[in-house]
Write a protein that binds this ligand. Structure first.
Ligand code: MV4
Length: 502
C-alpha cells in the first residue's frame, strides 16, 4: 500500500481525503497557497508545502510544482480531489511519467470522456442511449439539415465543453447559423478547439447520475443514483440519493448502462455517468465525470461504501471489495452545499472572517467542512465552504433531520446559503419531489425568516405523512389553496399531523 499520499487540493475535499488516508494508515502531504497557510487541510496533514500565491493558476493548478513536492516529500501517489487538476489528462500523464500514482482514471479515459463527441462515440459502441444528435465534423450546411430532422429547440454544444460550458440553446432555424458561429468562436477562445455538435434539447428533464467504481482487474460496479436537479446556473445546490424518479427496475437498467459506459473507455477508479431523464422516464447519456464528485457523501451514506478509501485501494491495484450483488441501498440521504453567497442578493459571493461558528451534529447528520472560527473566506476560490448531509430511514426523515440541522447551524461573519436551504426544505414541491432542472428558474423558495412556526410544521408534517402513506393529509396540507385559503390548509395539516404524531 502507498506510504504517503499528496493531496492536490484545498478545502473540505482535502480534509475528506486526508481522513481516508489516515484510516488506511497512509501519511499525508498537503499543499497550500499563501492565504491557505492556516487552513484545516494544512493542520490535519502530516506535512504541508506552500506552492505559491492565492491565484489557483499560480498554485493549485501548477502540476509541475505538485509533482516536485511529491518527489521532495517522497509521496508515492497524488489524489487530485475535484476541480483544479482532477480531470486534466496531461497532469495524470505527467504523474505517470514521474512514477507517481494518480489516484484516478488513466489519462486516456480522462481524455476520451473530456471530449464530448468522443465520449458519445465511445459509449454508443456499448449500446448506451444518447440524446439524439449529430456525429463529428459536420459542416454548417449539414448541421442545419440535421437540425431539421432532430427538431427544434436544439442545443449547440462545444465538444471540449461540459458541465454547461460552451452550450447554446437555439429555438428556430433562422438562429442556427449565427449560433454555430458564435459557439465556435467561444469554444476556440475557451478551449482552443472549435468543434461543436448538435443535440436535441430535452426540456424539463431531471439530472440523474450513477456512481460507478472500477478496479484494474476489469470489475466495474455501480452504487445507484443521485438526483441533482436542484441547481442554479449549472451549480448544484442540493443532491440526494436515491431519486424519487427512479424505481428498482430503472436503477438496475441505468446502473447496467452506466457500467457499460465506463467499460467503453476501460475506466478505472470512481466515476459518474450523468443522465437526463425526461418526463416519460426515458433517460439519455449526457457526459461522464472522471473524478470524485462533491456529492459523493450521499452515495456513501445510503450504500455504506467509503468511496474515497475504495478509490485509494483501487489505485494501489487492489480488487473492489464489493460485487454488484453486495451493494444495497438503505434509507435516504440529502446534501446541501453550504456556500458563502447571499441568497437574498442573487447569490452574490460573500467574503470575510467567520467570527463565530456552530456546526450541527446529532442523529443522521454529517458535516464536511473546511470552516473554523477565524477562517477567512476569500473570493479567490469556489464559494462552497461546507457540505451538510442528512441521512434518514426515508426521505421525510432525511428532510426533517436536514431542516433541524440547518436551523442549528450558525456561521457568523459571512452570508451563507443556509436560509435558502431552509426555505427549500420547507417548500411543498421539494417535499413532493416534484422538480426538474428548471425548478429554481420558476420557483423561489421563500426565505423562512418571517414564516410562522405553524406553517413550517404543516409542510413538514405533510411531507412526513406522504412518505408514511398519508396521501390525503398531503393533499390537505399542500393542495388547493384557492378553495380553502392559506390559513385553513395550514391549520388542517397541522391538526392532521399533530393527531398522527400523538
Ligand atoms: C442538455 C440539456 C437538455 N438537452 N442536453 C447542462 C450541463 C451539461 N452537463 C449538459 N447540460 C444540459 N444538457 C440536452 N440535449 C439540459 C442541460 C441542462 C442541465 C443538465 C443537468 C443539470 C442541470 C442543467 C441545467 C440546464 C441545462
Amino acid at each position: 500500500m502507498f506510504k504517503k499520499v499528496l493531496i492536490a487540493n484545498r478545502g473540505e475535499i482535502a480534509v475528506r481525503i486526508i481522513r481516508a488516508c489516515q484510516e488506511r494508515g497512509i501519511s499525508t502531504v498537503a499543499v497550500f497557497s499563501e492565504p491557505d497557510r492556516t487552513a484545516l487541510h494544512v493542520r490535519y496533514a502530516d506535512e504541508a508545502y506552500c506552492i505559491g500565491p492565492a491565484a489557483a493558476r499560480d498554485s493549485y493548478l501548477r502540476g509541475d510544482k505538485l509533482i516536485d513536492v511529491a518527489r521532495r516529500s517522497g509521496a508515492d501517489a497524488i489524489h487530485p480531489g475535484y476541480g483544479f487538476l482532477a480531470e486534466n489528462a496531461q497532469f495524470a500523464a505527467a504523474c505517470r511519467d514521474a512514477g507517481i500514482t494518480f489516484i484516478g482514471p488513466s489519462p486516456e479515459a480522462i481524455e476520451a470522456m473530456g471530449d464530448k463527441i468522443t465520449a458519445r462515440e465511445s459509449v454508443a459502441r456499448e449500446g448506451v442511449p444518447l440524446v439524439p444528435g449529430t456525429p463529428r465534423d459536420l459542416r454548417d450546411a449539414d448541421l442545419a439539415a440535421a437540425a431539421e430532422k432532430l427538431g427544434y429547440p436544439i442545443l449547440v454544444k462545444a465538444s471540449a465543453g461540459g458541465g454547461g460550458k460552451g452550450m447554446r440553446l437555439v429555438q428556430s432555424p433562422d438562429e442556427l447559423i449565427s449560433s454555430l458561429g458564435a459557439a465556435r468562436r467561444e469554444a476556440l477562445a475557451a478551449f482552443g478547439n472549435d468543434n461543436v455538435y448538435l443535440e436535441k434539447a430535452i426540456e424539463g428533464a431531471r439530472h440523474i447520475e450513477i456512481q460507478v467504481m472500477a478496479d484494474r482487474h476489469g470489475n466495474i460496479i455501480h452504487l445507484g443514483e443521485r438526483e441533482c436537479s436542484i441547481q442554479r446556473r449549472h451549480q448544484k445546490l442540493v443532491e440526494e440519493s436515491p431519486s424519487v424518479a427512479v424505481d428498482a427496475e430503472t436503477r438496475a437498467k441505468m446502473g447496467a448502462i452506466a457500467v457499460a459506459a465506463a467499460r467503453s473507455v476501460d475506466y478505472v477508479s470512481a466515476g459518474t455517468i450523468e443522465f437526463l431523464m425526461d418526463k416519460n422516464g426515458s433517460f439519455y447519456f449526457l457526459e461522464m465525470n472522471t473524478r470524485l464528485q462533491v456529492e459523493h457523501p450521499v452515495t456513501e451514506l445510503v450504500t455504506g461504501v467509503d468511496i474515497v478509501k475504495e478509490m485509494i485501494s483501487i489505485a494501489d491495484g487492489r480488487r473492489l471489495r464489493l460485487k454488484q450483488e453486495d451493494v444495497r441501498m438503505q434509507g435516504w440521504a440529502i446534501e446541501c452545499r453550504i456556500t458563502a453567497e447571499d441568497p437574498d442578493n442573487n447569490f452574490m459571493p460573500s467574503s470575510g472572517r467567520v467570527v463565530a461558528l456552530r456546526e450541527p451534529t446529532g442523529p443522521g447528520i454529517r458535516v464536511e467542512s473546511s470552516l473554523f472560527q477565524g477562517y477567512e473566506v476569500s473570493l479567490y476560490y469556489d464559494p462552497m465552504v461546507a457540505k451538510l448531509i442528512a441521512w434518514g430511514e426515508n426521505r421525510a426523515e432525511a428532510i426533517l433531520r436536514m431542516r433541524r440541522a440547518l436551523s442549528e447551524y450558525r456561521i457568523a461573519g459571512v452570508k451563507t446559503s443556509i436560509p435558502f436551504h431552509l426555505a427549500l426544505m420547507d417548500s411543498p414541491r421539494f417535499q413532493w419531489g416534484q422538480f426538474d432542472t428548471k425548478f429554481l428558474e420558476t420557483h423561489t423558495p421563500i426565505t423562512p425568516g418571517d414564516l410562522e412556526q405553524q406553517q413550517r410544521l404543516a409542510a413538514i408534517v405533510g411531507a412526513m405523512l406522504h412518505h408514511e402513506g398519508g396521501l390525503r393529509a398531503l393533499a390537505i396540507s399542500h393542495g388547493d389553496q384557492g378553495e380553502h385559503g392559506q390559513s385553513s390548509w395550514r391549520r388542517s395539516a397541522l391538526l392532521t399531523g399533530m393527531r398522527s404524531l400523538w
